[in-house]
Design a protein around this ligand. Structure first.
Ligand SMILES: [Zn+2]
Length: 111
């Protein structure tokens, strides 16, 4: 076991300790596990991807309605756009919540 001295109280302590057992001085930050990091980045990436898809489809449908001057056609495109947007949000939100919970559960903690 590698030993070091606490910078605060000079007590000899293990290098793998997160904090000094005597004075409680923090020595190093606990890190996320590989899985924890993966879940965190997946959570961030997923939100960015869903946001990008949502914006692309939203503006695509918005532009599509511009080309159709008839009220009926416009309504169909707007309805379809809203329907697809709702579908995306309904997929996005639950997955985001699950990934959010997983990110929280795999957060760095002191051993
Ligand atoms: Zn100490």
């Amino acid at each position: 076991m590698l030993l070091t001295n606490c910078p605060l109280c000079e007590t000899e302590i293990s290098k793998s300790a997160f904090s000094c057992p005597k004075c409680g001085h923090p020595l190093r930050k606990p890190e996320r596990t590989v899985l924890g990091k993966f879940v965190k980045y997946l959570f961030i990436a997923f939100n960015f991807i869903m946001l990008a898809i949502f914006l692309v489809i939203f503006f695509d449908f918005f532009q599509e309605t511009e080309g159709h001057e008839k009220i009926g056609e416009k309504a169909i495109f707007m309805g379809l756009g809203l329907y697809i947007s709702a579908m995306i949000v309904m997929t996005w939100v639950p997955i985001s919540i699950i990934l959010g919970i997983l990110t929280f559960l795999t957060r760095a903690k002191k051993q």
